[in-house]
Design a protein around this ligand. Structure first.
Ligand code: FAD
Ligand code: NAG
Ligand code: NAG
Length: 494
């Protein structure tokens, strides 16, 4: 890079994408890179917390697809943050859906333990249907608008055929089991129901090989390591950006001005915006002056961004099997697989169907992670602590049929009410296409404009064409935008 070309670059947001962009730019020799972060911390949606003495992940907990082609895996490995298990070639070679099945425990709302054998057909049918969604990839027209419509309609039909030898009660119970699985899937897409998720768009997401793994320490360790590679004064905390003024010409030179909440104005040649899509949806009209071009704004509005929360619950002793990885709760009145809860304030808890068993727990401690998504999840966030505790206690007592089980500690996440995130992560809402993700990542001004190029660039989880909603996706977008600037300056330099 020519010494004369050392532009002022401002990165908005100190999550993994912002950090990744800054780190790569600094490495490439750019000296004027500055991150402005609204909160007092770095990491964004990577955030580790504590429940008692046990580490819990408030945000991301898994590396999805930990293998060589996953840059997040490589980073975590190089920093020495992975368990030896995750480094094994067998682990890296396996795809998540080839997983020797997670060992489940099933419970029903009448307080019965349901056998794995009895419930297996529900799991098999669910996996079969999810696998078949791939066939709609890139289709302009699909027989059903959404993943939910597809699953519901096909499941009912196939159940009648495949399970015709089973008695009516068992058939009904299996459909309820399918409903439980669907509620679990809703969490993976951070949406309200799978009826909101586009059937063709669902397969835009590309999985990587490798069985998902956790960081045995804390996910935030990764952030600490990355941050240590940035110059000490790179980040200004507690500095929310109010508005990005772009496309203005002063004395014949166009610059971008970043206006902070405290009134400070920072001039820059380039701004990399990494704010979450939820924040963008809510604040786009004030965040950009002039406003975003219509096609880009459209994509911001079309792409889905919903809420998925976790409720960690700690127990004195486990009420699940020693080898159990996942607990499914089956409500016996959901044979229609509609997942439609009428009175959210009274029945929000019916949206909870899955608890995963925490692996890296300190000895003597037994922690489950409950998952809840959608409007019920948003409602749950606002409940008083005591009410949440009694609802969870009642839920577990109902399903186990054991009236004495009492949680020791509870910790919930509240991503919807986080003012700088406004939800959890993005998903392909009905109507979304690959073009929308292209629009998300397109820099401003758009191609063909006469004004100075690359004034505003966009990174962040929701700007990756096929790894959106993940940490590795976010990481890649940060590097992508850094590379965009690096190659820009390498071509304009003498
Ligand atoms: C509950 C939950 C579970 C998840 N689980 C996983 C998982 O297991 N595996 C996985 O791969 N991914 C998971 N994810 C997704 C993953 O956490 C995100 O995709 C990723 O961390 C996003 O990084 P980012 O840099 O795009 O955004 P963020 O980390 O959100 O960073 C954006 C930053 O911008 C800041 N900001 C916002 N507005 C302003 C402003 N006006 N001015 C200045 N700064 C601002 C925010 O404070 C934030 O620090 C999960 C997410 C959630 C919420
Ligand atoms: C996990 O947290 C609980 C406190 O809620 C504590 O009693 C338990 O000992 C912790 N695990 C350990 C041993 O660190
Ligand atoms: C940006 O500035 C150019 C030149 O002044 C102008 O032609 C164009 O309309 C502006 N674009 C926007 C989005 O305001």
């Amino acid at each position: 890079m020519a010494a004369s070309a050392d532009p002022e670059i401002v990165v908005i947001g100190c999550g993994i994408s912002g950090i990744a962009a800054a780190q790569r730019l600094v490495r490439a020799g750019f000296h004027h890179v500055r991150i402005l972060e609204a909160t007092a911390r770095s990491g964004g949606r990577i955030k580790s917390g504590r429940l008692g003495n046990n580490i819990t992940e408030i945000g991301a907990s898994y590396i999805h697809g930990p293998s060589e082609e996953n840059p997040l895996f490589c980073l975590a490995r190089d920093y020495g943050l992975l368990d030896p298990e995750a480094l094994k070639p067998e682990n890296q070679a396996m795809y998540i859906d080839e997983r020797p099945h997670w060992s489940p425990n099933w419970f029903s709302c009448s307080g019965q333990r349901l056998s794995t054998e009895l419930m297996r057909p529900a799991l098999d049918m669910f996996n079969e249907l999810m696998d078949e969604i791939e066939q709609f990839h890139n289709r302009r027209e699909t027989p059903w608008p959404s993943v939910g419509h597809f699953i519901r309609s096909e499941a009912r039909q196939r159940a009648a055929e495949k399970w015709k030898d089973k008695d009516k009660n068992t058939q009904e119970l299996l459909l309820c089991g399918l409903s439980a699985k669907l509620k679990d899937e809703v969490c993976a897409s951070a949406t309200h129901t799978m009826d909101e998720v586009d059937l063709a768009g669902f397969s835009m997401f590309e999985g990587l090989s490798g069985l998902d793994c956790n960081l045995p320490g804390a996910f935030e360790d990764l952030i600490k390591n990355l941050m240590s590679e940035l110059p000490a004064d790179s980040v200004t905390y507690n500095r929310p950006v109010r508005c990005v003024h772009w496309n203005s010409t002063e004395n014949g030179v166009s610059t971008v001005t970043v206006e902070c909440d405290d009134g400070e104005r920072i001039a820059a040649d380039h701004v990399i915006v990494t704010v979450p899509l939820g924040y963008l949806k809510k604040h786009h009209s004030t965040l950009f002056c002039p406003p975003l071009p219509a096609h880009k704004l459209h994509s911001v509005q079309k792409l889905g961004f919903g809420t998925c929360n976790k409720i960690y619950v700690e127990f004195e002793s486990p009420w699940w099997d020693a080898d159990c990885d996942i607990i499914h709760l089956v409500w016996e009145d959901e044979g229609d697989i509609l997942v439609h809860i009428k009175d959210i304030s009274k029945s929000w808890i019916k949206k909870m169907s899955t608890f995963t068993v925490l692996k890296y727990c300190e000895r003597g401690s037994h922690v489950l992670c409950g998952w809840i998504s959608g409007q019920e999840s948003e409602y749950m966030e606002s409940l008083p602590e005591e009410e949440l505790r009694s609802s969870i206690t009642e839920l577990i007592r109902t399903f186990t049929g054991n009236p004495t089980i009492t949680p020791r500690g509870i910790l919930r996440t509240q991503w919807f009410h986080d003012p700088w995130t406004c939800g959890s992560f993005c998903y392909p809402a009905v109507g979304v296409s690959a073009q929308d993700l292209e629009n998300m990542m397109e820099p401003l001004p758009v191609k063909g404009s006469q004004s100075q190029p690359l004034q505003v660039l966009f990174a962040g989880e929701a700007t990756h064409p096929c790894h959106y909603s993940t940490v590795h996706g976010a990481l890649l977008t940060g590097w992508r935008e850094a590379d965009r600037l690096i190659s820009h300056y390498s071509t304009v330099s003498p």
